[in-house]
Design a protein around this ligand. Structure first.
Ligand SMILES: C[S@@+](CC[C@H](N)C(=O)[O-])C[C@H]1O[C@@H](n2cnc3c(N)ncnc32)[C@H](O)[C@@H]1O
Length: 374
């Protein structure tokens, strides 16, 4: 089977987390800003799309070259044997990005790449410039960084955060791969209890249950590679069947609590879609009244963040309630994702460690309080 140069993309700051996931799957990795590279064949493309919990996408690097003018860009793209990669009816959107490069017009870059492919395919398929583009999608992207162009084929399609278990609603849930990435920054592996006292739509609890039960996060969905006509379609079915056999029972309880019963109902629907409804205890309780007999686990939450003054006051009050209620459970490692730099002051304890992150565009901190084991 052909070996490809592959890479994954991910959210800012999660390179090492994704690299560790790939290494645990047996791949040798090389990390750059926003990308982790590895090599593999079609089976590896399926396996990584199916199993990576914290990445955004898996891409095939088709070609890397220097391009400081549009002629070079055109010629380098034209040289590729496109008919081997794209059938005559392929839909092939091209996404362009340029950073610190002579070729900086992204629409210009996109249209030159598109034109080079259309010209080459028209020559190869004897179509004289007309391609129907009404078949399956082959998403391409061209990324030029400091004049070095990378042309890639996206094997994932809709980002890997779209597991397929979430029902749409108006709240502000964490992205699934972001929540999984945060869980990977904790010691959680299913062998200890996990509690989210402000669970919202349940993302931490559900992702934790998937980790604890060894459920592949991509088990419910399709990927762009499913539509590639040269891709061996039996591999995906085989690896899904294999993944289903690897599911194991959850060893330790997961609790998902929230003050709001209506959001808990959404969390339950999501958990049901993910096949982990029976694995999670849901409870309506305000954090100030939270109590547990469990020990030696992980508490993780992202409390609401107040932007306006009135909201801020209530957020600060809530952080204080969290401190009063949760700090006494010091056999738990505790992790809070908060967009308020004054969190520690109101929570009542300085974090063992803080990690700067972005939740979308919002600059946040991941406050980590390490446990005293009992
Ligand atoms: C930012 S959301 C959590 C989002 C969640 N991580 C997700 O992915 O869906 C914050 C949650 O805290 C809950 N909350 C607010 N005040 C609370 C309180 N006093 N006790 C418990 N939960 C509270 C809200 O109902 C909301 O669901």
């Amino acid at each position: 089977m052909e070996k490809y140069q592959l890479y994954t993309t991910m959210g800012v700051g999660f390179e090492s987390v994704v690299a560790k996931e790939l290494q645990a799957m047996g791949y040798k990795t090389h990390t750059e800003n926003g990308r982790v590279f590895f090599t593999g064949n079609e089976t590896d493309i399926v396996k990584t799309n199916l199993w990576l919990r914290t990445a955004d996408r898996v891409k095939i690097l088709l070609k890397e070259f220097k391009a400081t003018d549009f002629d070079t860009l055109f010629n380098q793209v034209y040289e590729i044997d496109w008919a081997e990669l794209l059938p005559v009816d392929a839909k092939f959107p091209v996404k362009g990005r340029s950073v610190r490069s002579k070729l900086h017009s992204e629409p210009g870059i996109q249209s030159i790449v598109k034109k080079a492919i259309v010209n080459k395919m028209s020559d190869q398929y004897h179509r004289r410039g007309f391609l129907p583009e009404n078949g399956n999608e082959y998403p391409l992207d061209i990324h030029i960084n400091k004049d070095i162009a990378r042309l890639s084929l996206d094997t994932t399609g809709a980002s890997l955060f779209k597991r397929g278990y979430r029902i749409e609603h108006g709240g502000a849930p964490l992205k699934e791969n972001f929540a999984a990435g945060l869980l990977k920054l904790t010691p959680y592996d299913g062998s200890h209890p996990l509690i989210d006292p402000m669970t919202g739509s349940g993302t931490f609890a559900i992702e934790a249950a998937l980790i604890g039960k060894n459920i592949a996060p991509g088990i419910w969905r399709q990927f762009a590679f499913d539509g590639f006509d040269w891709f061996d379609s039996t591999i995906h079915n085989e690896l899904v069947a294999e993944a289903k056999n690897k599911i194991k029972p959850l060893e330790q309880p997961i609790w998902a609590c929230d003050i709001d019963q209506s959001i808990l109902e959404i969390a339950k629907l999501n958990a049901n879609n993910a096949g982990v409804l029976q694995d999670i205890y849901f409870k309506q309780v305000a954090v100030k009244d939270f109590a547990t007999d469990l020990q030696n686990g992980v508490i993780i939450a992202n409390p609401p963040y107040g932007k306006r003054l009135k909201d801020r006051e209530s957020a600060e009050n809530l952080y204080k309630q969290m401190g009063d209620s949760l700090l006494k459970y010091d056999s738990f490692s505790q992790y809070y994702l908060v967009g308020d730099p004054a969190f520690e002051k109101f929570f009542g304890k300085k974090a063992t460690k803080k990690r700067k992150l972005f939740n979308g565009n919002l600059r946040v901190d991941f406050y980590q309080y390490w446990a005293r084991k009992k």
